[in-house]
Design a protein. Structure first.
Ligand code: 3EB
Length: 332
């Protein structure tokens, strides 16, 4: 059966060599510094150290040969179903993170509209010092302001925001990458959590524009893209200072979201253990071993593929965040 794309985690030495493979949409390495290859195709490093599998590269495959392009400073690859885009903005060109984020989203939205893939299904946002103040306001909140300003201008995704991740790095650059499609996905919210776009103003005057997950029904398969999920119930952080309790609450949130998707959207999966992979973002290095232990104790051999990445969660009181996806591979 033809798949729109699939994702695999493979040991790869030199990602620039993947440029020649027509069936590769994108490849992502996790490293201490954000960078991109000198290619049209999105081949790049996210500025988050990979704590357990430093050699592993996330490779996005297309059944059909892809086309590549560069436009507005983005690296782009696309097939009939999806467009994969990557932008790495030099923040030193901007006075403030809100201006950088406003510009990044303008470049992204202009590009996807002009190429005919106007619906973002899933987007990732990475930038430095996410919990630090800049001119009197936390950089994460400023990032949200800039993002919202562009969204208001384009009038898009006010009612159907994509699934998203926003994590702090320790290197420079505002890095945004995404998948976009010709037809929208279905927004999924979590019954245990206030929708992020309805958060009260104490978390920032512009509420974060993302959905808890996107369900995408392709011709022959259904995908689920789960946003960065943390120890938040309602809109409040739970278990401040306790990483394992936060981890358990986060896992409950993901279980509830998958269950809700199974009930309301007829997903082919019912549990966290049915997901294709998890990415666990940890604020501090010492959390790696206790997090791994808890996951193995709880799920044993049913634990999906897990990547552990070192990054700052966008609320200063959150220690861990997990994103996930259900994307069936060809050979599964
Ligand atoms: C939360 O649930 C945690 O601003 O794009 C998670 C995923 C979070 C995406 C974003 C923020 C974003 O509110 C924070």
């Amino acid at each position: 059966m033809p798949l729109p794309f699939s994702v695999q985690f493979l040991p790869v030495e030199n990602i620039s060599a993947l440029d020649a493979d027509e069936n590769i949409l994108a490849a992502i390495r996790y490293a201490s510094i954000a960078s991109k290859e000198n290619t049209k195709k999105p081949l790049f490093s996210v500025g988050l150290p990979n704590l357990a599998l430093s050699n592993v590269v996330e490779v996005w495959y297309s059944d059909e040969p892809v086309q590549t392009s560069s436009m507005n400073g983005l690296q782009l690859a696309y097939n009939d179903d999806i467009l994969f885009g990557h932008l790495l903005l030099d923040e030193t060109n901007y006075e403030d993170i809100d201006l950088a984020s406003k510009d990044a989203y303008r470049l992204v939205l202009e590009t996807i509209h002009s190429l005919g893939y106007p619906y973002i299904l899933r987007i990732w946002n990475y930038f430095s010092s996410i919990n630090e103040d800049q001119q009197g306001l936390e950089r994460y909140k400023k990032f949200c302001l800039g993002r919202q300003q562009t969204l208001d201008q384009f009038g898009s995704f006010a009612y159907s925001p994509p699934a998203a991740t926003a994590i702090g790095t320790s290197c420079g650059g505002l890095q945004v990458y995404f998948i976009a499609a010709k037809e929208p996905g279905i927004q999924l919210e979590n019954p245990r959590q206030t929708s992020a776009f309805l958060y009260p103003p104490q978390y920032g005057s512009a509420s974060p524009a993302f959905s808890r997950a996107t369900v995408k029904k392709w011709q022959d398969t259904t995908h689920l893209y789960i946003s960065g999920t943390a120890s938040i119930v309602g809109h409040e952080t739970r278990h401040i200072g306790q990483v394992l309790k936060q981890l358990e609450e986060t896992l409950e949130n993901i279980e509830a979201l998958v269950q809700h998707g199974a009930e309301t959207q007829d997903l082919p999966i019912h549990h966290l253990t049915d997901l294709s992979y998890l990415k666990v973002y940890l604020r501090d290095l010492f959390m790696l071993s206790i997090t791994e232990e808890l996951l193995i104790r709880r799920y044993g051999r049913h634990l999906p593929m897990v990547l552990f990445l070192h990054g700052d969660v966008c609320r200063a009181d959150l220690l861990v965040e997990i994103e996930a996806a259900y994307i069936l591979n060809d050979d599964m």
